[in-house]
Ligand binder design. Structure first.
Ligand code: TXA
Ligand code: MG
Length: 379
């Protein structure tokens, strides 16, 4: 039974994986303009994209991910010119964009009231997170779509981010995935009301979802209409999220642009403690990026049945399986391998995933942040 179901749903989804040719990108852009969801590669991770100006499309993203509605999305644009129409850029923000865009940096800025962005994308906040991704396929898609695209990582809420098209397909193949239970209250401007044009099934779902304040059960059957495939993501870890709405720039999420590089430009940067971030971006649940197997950090020796994620040339003996994040101790290589290797080890015959310690510098900060959440007790 299980096998038949899997084969069926897997087939349905993998048929949607399309090599990112020019023609495929055009088709994907058309789907986005119609309010459909498209998964696409960025240099960080694959995103689950939807028209950021459409409440219905954005509601579909939340439903497909099973994402709590209080957790805002990042809006993607080709560059600074398009971004300035949506948010207020001061000198610092302009400097950040000129220095790091296109690239793995998301800027939280005051949202222009006339931006036309879905309120749900910002989870009702008066700020918006903007990013211009560097990946050529993402750039081509954003140009072709001709509108801002909201795109969280293309995984079910609370799970490991996808760095290949196959990871995306796997996320949306399972009709009953384990998802975060905490769902937010409905927002005042509800998705599903207003504009027409969405498929009836979507209106029905999002309306029901708004009424109860919960996403439907893991957004069954609501995966992307198409998955654009351009191979593995080079950075492999999500963008750095930098809040520029206060007097001092504040790091909300460590990511692809290391804190050290931001400090070179800005000097002083506050690093938000997870608890401080919680009220503003409560997507910062302690447990996130969580594989099914227990994750144990700073491992020095093996416990029965454990697999190891090693960093550096040596691995302690006794592990059932060893994958090297980077034999040469290169943090960029380790970041690029992290999510794919967590997925590979997340199998029933593996008792647990042990991880060697990673230095807390450069990209190591982002790696340790994700590992910390992967190891956190699940709600
Ligand atoms: O690399 C990335 O950023 C990827 C690719 C697809 O671009 N996207 C991604 O999105 O990681 P997501 O939704 O998985 O993470 C977005 C993070 C969330 O933790 C959210 O809370 C935060 O950004 N965020 C978004 N808008 C915000 C806002 N207005 N204020 C504070 N935090 C915000
Ligand atoms: Mg994510």
């Amino acid at each position: 039974m299980r096998k038949r179901l899997r084969a069926h749903t897997y087939g349905a989804v993998t048929n949607n994986i399309v090599r990112a040719s020019e023609e495929a990108i055009e088709r994907a852009a058309r789907l986005l303009r119609m309010g459909e969801l498209v998964a696409f590669p960025t240099e960080t991770v694959y995103g689950l994209g939807g028209d950021a100006t459409s409440e219905e499309a954005v509601a579909r993203i939340f439903a497909a991910k099973g994402r709590p509605r209080f957790n805002p999305l990042i809006v993607h644009l080709p560059g600074l010119a398009e971004a300035e129409a949506l948010a207020v850029f001061d000198e610092r923000a302009r400097m950040a964009a000129l220095r790091f865009w296109p690239g793995p940096l998301s800027l939280v800025l005051p949202r222009r009231p006339e931006s036309g962005l879905s309120l749900l994308a910002s989870a009702g906040l008066d700020t918006v997170a903007l990013r211009a991704p560097a990946h050529p396929v993402a750039q081509a898609l954003l140009h072709a779509a001709g509108r801002p695209i909201a795109a969280p990582s293309a995984n079910r809420s609370g799970r490991v981010s996808p760095t290949t098209a196959a990871h995306v397909a796997a996320e949306f193949e399972d009709p009953h995935p384990p998802i975060a239970r905490a769902m937010g209250p409905p927002l005042s401007r509800n998705a599903g009301e207003g504009k027409s044009g969405a498929a009836p099934r979507t209106i029905a779902r999002t309306a029901g979802e708004g009424a109860s304040g919960r996403s439907p059960e893991a957004g069954e059957g609501l995966g992307p209409a198409m998955i654009l495939d351009a191979g593995p993501c080079l950075v492999g870890i999500e963008s750095t999220v930098l809040d520029l709405t206060g007097p001092t720039p504040e790091l909300l999420r460590a990511g692809g642009v290391p804190l050290e590089e931001l400090r070179e430009v800005f000097g002083d940067i506050e690093v938000a403690a997870p608890d401080e971030v919680a009220p503003r971006a409560p997507g910062w649940l302690a447990s996130h990026y969580a594989p099914g197997r227990p994750v144990r950090l700073d491992a020095m020796d093996a416990r029965p049945g454990e697999a190891l994620l090693a960093f550096g040339p040596e691995a302690a003996p006794g592990f059932a399986e060893v994958l090297f994040l980077s034999r040469s101790g290169d943090l960029g290589e380790a970041a690029a391998n992290l999510f794919a290797m967590l997925r590979r080890l997340d199998r029933p015959e593996v008792a647990g995933i042990a991880v060697m310690s990673i230095p807390e510098i450069g990209l190591g900060r982002a790696i340790n942040d994700r590992l910390g959440r992967a190891a956190a007790p699940k709600p």
